[in-house]
Design a protein. Sequence first.
Length: 344
Amino acid sequence: MTSVSTDKLPPSPIGEGVSAPDGPWKRLLAGLLSSPTAVLSGIGLILILIAVLLAPLYANHVAHTDPFRSGLSAKIEVEGKTVPVMQRSTEGLGLGVTPIGPTWSGEYMLGADTQGRDVMARMLYGGRSSLLIAAASTVLTLALAAIIGVAAGYTGGLVDGVLSNLIDMMWAFPVYLLAISLSIVMIGKTFVLGPIELSSSSLIIPITIIGLVYVPYVARPVRGRVMTIKNSEFVLAARGLGVRRHRILMRHILPNVLSTLIVFAPMLTALNIVTESALSFLSVGVQAPNASWGTILQDGQSLLYSRPTVALAPGIAIMVTVLLLNLFGDVLRDVLDPKSARGR
């Protein structure tokens, strides 16, 4: 038996000074942490999330008010003086009342609305509804788009034809027209699904509406991605080796589609926040007694000249949140698809 000298063997690729390749999730996390934009936008989003989750704490221990109860006869102490929340109007003939302006302290920090309710407390509670609706509708959209896109792109034939035509039909409707139409049909009615009863004030209704209207905008790219992967060399080689269709789907198709869905998530969430705010502003979104940034915008419409803070506060909250989501989404896309970053 001849022995082989280990001195002549090539060095092992995994040895001293060389680490094993990380998994895709570790590479994704490393890419995000290496970007100051992603870190700062992520911290901003976390702070917004923490603030809205602490809404009950703020309302009970700082503002000392119920943001869903009318405060037309309420009084507070400002600079040692007890003043009514709804003050007599000083404009024109002095008829009517005007809500108190920002006190920049615990109670009525951003002033009151036309019902004498604390705007800051309602902002935090409204943010919970807006972010919940946006996140839940994003998950619903991505789930339905993944099912439709994968089924159409991977199966082909009659299934692809039927699903593609269904997507094109929904695509033909303007988003807001379709959303408003669905809202008008569903708002004001009670739906009974077995033991579950959904009233018109349930947040599930705007979540469902917003989740449905954006399905075509995600399903079509997913379908195209699946068709590209299905005809790629490694999938054709797997078929040639006799690998079953469901195994190819689970091992090769779905993992590659997942990156596309992840890229869509933050940008779709930002879009859903704007959509929910628009529907709620038009009174076909979140219904009383719930509040959202869109409903607070509607409350402040009549106070633009006397108490602009009521409308400015939710508007700024929407703008900042959408901006942070878009910044984070841009970095996420560059990390998952470096070719798109080089092409810009």
